[in-house]
Design a protein around this ligand. Structure first.
Ligand SMILES: [Cu+2]
Length: 503
């Protein structure tokens, strides 16, 4: 139906035009050709001028009306240090091409008016003019050079890699259909190695857990935080197809290519809260966020920085959106502290842990901290029951009093504690479960306690500070009714006999 109406309109307009043509021809015959030509030329000349004024006026009015939609203006200011460099490039290009645009249009329509047909005016033909050629080659060349040189400078500034001794944080973004896996380095500040061949259902990134740098790496939940004012280097990769790491507010955009790591470096300069407060100034952002709830939060209050994929990577492409929050360094540190190591929480001790029979450096450090805290509590405790601590990581070869190699870490902690509190005397006690002959258990537990004591005296602890006892199966911690409980009862522990303040 619409098509039919449009067709009819076109037909009618054509008929009208034909009729106007006929009328013009008739008038020309009556008035004489030249008079009509003069009238037409005059009208066309003036209409050209009118068009120029209306058109250019419209250009300026619409540019002003839509200025807040333009990048780098009003609510679209960059939130990163390099963002203004890029925005300025766009602005300079816009201003220069704008000047050319206005001059060209004035000239075009002015010439159409000025040199309209007039009687007795003869056209001049210029075959060639060197001076003109020079001008209209040199001017664009100079303008282009300015733009290109500025562009190259901006490129070199924005794409420069970090100095290794600079203060920055490196994170990693891996794109996959359809989400981003973001990885932060742990306290060591270094991202661990990856190898795609190690990819499993549990280890989506193929992190190489034989590399100690991976042990403390963190893969946070939905929320991504970055500290304000800190340089961030993002390693960008993809697992399946081409994705694109895009942080529009920070003017960060880089392809995520499978098999070819890329990077982008930027420094966020405005926290989410600061950006929200800037948006607050604009009328648009004072409208309700949810149109059906006019009294609810305003648009500026709900503003968030976004991470998007800027590559049409498949039908779930849109769902790659993530919220990025830029916060103060303190708030970031607080959040970062709560993040747990991916390896220690998801892989350690499980089937695909390549370090099953090793004690890791971070565990050694963590246990040492816990141990010294426990000893401090035990020394200060007044209740006798709280003065006994189990050596959880001290173990023996089956049926013998030989310490396993990994026992040394906790025993070293004990040596450190005894040196820190030179006044204390301890009882080292061996315990077994109830399997086997009680008399044998008793002697085994005594032998094990003696092994521990020997380890301590070998490291300079005076024998006079140690009481050694085997209790066999006489003091179980739990009833010997399950494997788990029996394991609990097979233990070595120490009791602080007299607590003297550390010297
Ligand atoms: Cu994508």
């Amino acid at each position: 139906m619409t098509a039919l109406i449009i067709l009819l309109c076109v037909l009618l307009i054509s008929i009208v035009l034909v009729q106007i043509g006929k009328v013009t021809e008739l008038t020309a015959q009556i008035k004489g050709e030249s008079e009509v030509l003069r009238d037409n030329s005059k009208w066309n000349g003036w209409l050209s001028l009118a068009f120029m004024v209306v058109f250019l006026g419209g250009v300026f009015v619409s540019a002003y009306a839509y200025k807040n939609e333009m990048m780098g203006y009003g609510p679209h200011e960059a939130a990163s240090a390099h963002g203004t460099v890029l925005d300025d490039m766009f602005h300079i290009t816009l201003v220069l091409t704008g000047i050319v645009f206005v001059i060209c249009h004035i000239a075009l329509f002015w010439f159409a008016y000025k040199y309209r047909w007039q009687e007795n005016r003869k056209a001049q033909f210029i075959a060639h003019d060197n001076r003109l050629e020079l001008i209209w080659t040199a001017v664009p060349a100079v303008v282009m050079t300015i733009l290109v040189v500025r562009g190259l400078n901006a490129w070199n500034t924005v794409m420069a890699d970090v100095n290794p001794d600079e203060d920055y944080i490196e994170i990693e973004a891996t794109g996959q259909q359809f989400n981003w896996i973001i990885r932060y380095p742990g306290p060591d500040g270094k991202l661990g190695t990856r190898n795609y061949k190690l990819t499993t259902a549990n280890n989506q990134l193929g992190m190489d857990f034989t590399d100690p740098k991976t042990w403390d790496d963190v893969i946070p939940g939905q929320e991504i935080l970055l500290p304000v004012g800190k340089k961030v280097r993002v390693r960008i990769t993809a697992k399946d197809v081409l994705h694109n790491f895009y942080l529009p507010h920070f003017r960060v955009k880089m392809d995520a290519v499978p098999g070819l790591p890329t990077y982008f470096i930027f420094t966020p300069v405005k926290t989410t809260t600061e950006y929200r407060n800037e948006l607050r100034k604009y009328e648009d952002y004072n409208l309700p966020y949810d149109k059906t709830d006019p009294t609810g939060p305003k648009r500026w209050e709900k503003f968030e920085y976004e991470l998007a994929c800027a590559e049409l990577c498949g039908k779930g492409h849109y769902s790659m959106k993530r919220i990025l929050r830029v916060v103060s360094q303190e708030e970031f540190d607080e959040w970062y502290k709560q993040q747990e190591s991916f390896y220690l929480t998801q892989i350690r001790g499980k089937e695909d842990d390549p370090n099953k029979d090793k004690v890791l450096d971070i565990e050694v450090r963590q246990r040492a901290q816990e141990f010294s805290a426990n000893v401090k509590t035990a020394v200060e405790a007044t209740d006798a029951a709280e003065k006994t601590l189990v050596l959880n990581h001290v173990n023996f070869e089956t049926g013998s009093a030989t310490l396993t190699a990994n026992s040394r870490y906790e025993l070293d902690n004990l040596v450190t504690a005894l040196n820190a509190y030179p006044g204390i005397v301890i009882e080292v006690a061996g315990h077994t479960d109830n399997t086997g002959d009680p008399a044998q258990n008793l002697s085994l537990s005594a032998a094990r306690a003696a092994s521990v004591a020997r380890y301590l005296t070998d490291r300079g602890i005076s024998e006079s500070r140690l009481r050694v006892r085997g209790y066999g199966d006489t003091k179980p911690l739990a009833p010997n009714d399950s494997d788990e409980n029996r394991a609990k009862n097979r233990r070595t522990e120490f009791t602080i006999l007299n607590a003297v303040n550390p010297s």
